[in-house]
Design a protein around this ligand. Sequence first.
Ligand SMILES: NC(=O)c1ccc[n+]([C@@H]2O[C@H](COP(=O)([O-])OP(=O)(O)OC[C@H]3O[C@@H](n4cnc5c(N)ncnc54)[C@H](OP(=O)(O)O)[C@@H]3O)[C@@H](O)[C@H]2O)c1
Length: 346
Amino acid sequence: MSPQLPDLIQTEDALDEIMTRPRPALIEFIRSVRSPLVILGAGGKMGPTLARLARRAADAAGRPLDIIAVSRFSDARARQQLESHRVQTLSSDLLDRSAVARLPDADHVIYLVGLKFGTTDNPAYTWATNTLAPALAAERYAQAKIVALSSGNVYPMTSVRGGGSRETDPLVPPGEYANSCVARERIFEYYSQQNGTPVALIRLSYALDLRYGVLFDIAQCVFNGQPIDLATGYLNCIWQGDANEMIIRALALAAAPPLAVNLTGLQWLSVRELAQRFGALMGRDVAFTGVETDTAFLSDTTQMRASLGEPPTPIEAVIRWTAHWVAAAGRSLDKPTHFETRDGAY
Ligand SMILES: NC(=O)c1ccc[n+]([C@@H]2O[C@H](COP(=O)([O-])OP(=O)(O)OC[C@H]3O[C@@H](n4cnc5c(N)ncnc54)[C@H](OP(=O)(O)O)[C@@H]3O)[C@@H](O)[C@H]2O)c1
């Protein structure tokens, strides 16, 4: 165990502190980021810790960097926490053209806006969020470097015996949500073509917090004695602190035409083995339904390793933290990943 990582994480303050500790590579990199750094869609699951990580890195570098977190802030708590950690907040609906026009100028922008769940009930809203908002942001920040979040869902499931989806693979996923994510990428690509805007498209697969994520979902099922569906038998995932750090450093990768990079952990984890490990850690029997099939969402990380390095936080530590968190009834965001979904309907 690395001396900097605790054995267990007991509180949300400790969790946020660990997740927002800047590594030397980020402290060095943040010196090149011009003020203000604008983070769009910062009020969701990743934005608050990403913004705070950037704040701490800039402070550690002695750099007077304004960080402006933009969202509607449906979650008032996220806004409060950002403000209390010296991240400026701006409440704005990024589907509102006039509101987007009023956003502050910036040379560096991180784009986190997205919508996944509820697509089956209101597909039009998902498509609007994942296409119109990118168009408005790409137009507004035509002169900036943009890191835009995408998803590993832009690929169809791939063979669990292959090497994982690569950035050059065809983007032909099932379901409206995933296709709207492909459209999000294409919109950024189109505006990059039009205006020469440098963009990095980050195809993230499963960030791990202790309050949500695939490990949280599996651990919670095991703890509650619910059977684990094995049809999607393998997955890859990454500690959210590492993902946030690599997303900020991806500003250095922004290019015209855009560069797409898969972002996730290096290991392909077996859902069955994860559940058994949680069962052992939490003293629970584990039940399964179904059997592993031949395909899953799995990404090839060759390009990520070459351009951003390897995520440093060991998965075994995250598994142990998650088991303890769930058993101790730590706070849940109540946002299940639905990793077992195979038809693309979210
Ligand atoms: N977390 C993961 O494991 C994961 C995995 C793969 C890909 N991603 C991608 O990474 C990005 C960030 O992930 P996340 O988990 O933080 O997503 P998230 O929880 O959905 O956060 C995105 C935030 O964007 C804001 N937003 C949506 N529509 C908006 C609008 N019209 N105007 C202003 N803000 C708007 C929302 O906050 P407000 O309600 O406050 O506006 C929302 O919470 C997403 O785009 C997602 O596609 C994440």
